[in-house]
Design a protein around this ligand. Structure first.
Ligand code: PAF
Length: 286
């Protein structure tokens, strides 16, 4: 596996590969890699000739400095994991190279309200930072295919919207959420959970699954949301939202919810000091 820390070095390498018509798949990550990230890498390896994975804890998408400081960083282990699955290129840029002084990387685009609710409402500015860094990476790597995880449902929709609005030539592939045996969605933040919170954390997936059953039985989305918030409120656990939305627009369901082709439940819960998110399509396929 090749390791690059500088933008110009990565670009020279990729330019040479492009001369040979090699297709490039790209997986942006913030490190602390787990099996979910590696499933994106494997998918890219199966669909491209060159797979590039970046590890960059992007400061512009954190709305709280304490969250940025606490974010797990395990670059040594990450590189071993990437090499083991056969990733071709690891890119670990510095902040100064991603956001060079005098270089305007800020991005103001119309996200069609996709950033207005859920993560966007709870973490102001978060998606501006995500769009900014993903756009910067795409400009650098110019992959044929970009791989995003379904676990960050709102994020992958926003990235798709950004690519549409800017008319960029990249295909976005959303890869299914990888889960632990008890159903907890794999996340870099899971390592921050204490033993008790980790044991209880399966409640998110259990609640999402029960919500699906209730919707199928005909219960109203509003009632399911109220039930779910209560179900996840336990000692040490504080749900922030449980929203059943149209899976394309992320808007609350209209009265005639049965008309929505794709219905997704998204949730965020504080497990002690750790914020977990998860989602599940309740009707339709992504
Ligand atoms: O999902 C993440 O890890 C990050 O938001 C991403 C897409 C790598 C951008 O920093």
């Amino acid at each position: 596996m090749q390791l690059f820390k500088r933008v110009d070095q990565l670009q020279s390498f990729l330019n040479a590969e492009r001369v040979n018509n090699r297709s490039v798949g790209f997986i942006p990550t913030m490190g602390a890699l787990h099996a979910g990230h590696l499933s994106l890498v494997k998918r890219s390896l199966s669909e491209n000739q060159i797979t590039v994975a970046s590890i960059f804890v992007n400061p512009t998408q954190f709305n709280e400095t304490s969250d940025l400081d606490r974010y797990p960083r395990t670059p040594g282990k990450d590189l071993q994991k990437l090499a083991k699955v056969g990733c071709n290129v690891a890119f670990l840029p510095e902040v100064e190279d991603m956001y060079p002084p005098g270089h305007n990387t800020e991005l103001k685009i119309d996200l069609s309200g996709l950033d207005a609710r859920m993560e966007g409402a709870q973490r102001p500015g978060h998606f501006d930072g995500v769009a900014q860094v993903v756009k910067r990476f795409l400009d650098i790597v110019q992959p044929e295919n970009l791989y995003m995880g379904q676990k960050d449902y709102q994020q992958q929709l926003i990235v798709k919207q950004m690519i549409r609005v800017l008319d960029l030539p990249y295909r976005v592939v959303t890869v299914q959420t990888a889960r632990e045996e008890d159903g907890l969605a794999m996340s870099s933040r899971n390592v921050l959970l204490d033993t008790e919170a980790r044991q209880k954390a399966a409640i998110l997936y259990q609640t999402l699954q029960e919500a699906k059953k209730r919707l199928i039985k005909g219960e109203l989305p509003k009632d399911i949301e109220t039930w779910a918030m209560k179900a996840m409120t336990q000692p040490g656990f504080r749900p922030e939202y449980f929203s059943i939305v149209d899976g394309y627009s992320l808007q609350p369901l209209p009265d005639q919810e049965e008309l929505a082709e794709l219905v997704v439940a998204c949730t965020a819960v504080w497990a002690g000091e750790v914020r977990l998110i998860d989602n599940l399509p309740l009707r339709g396929n992504m």
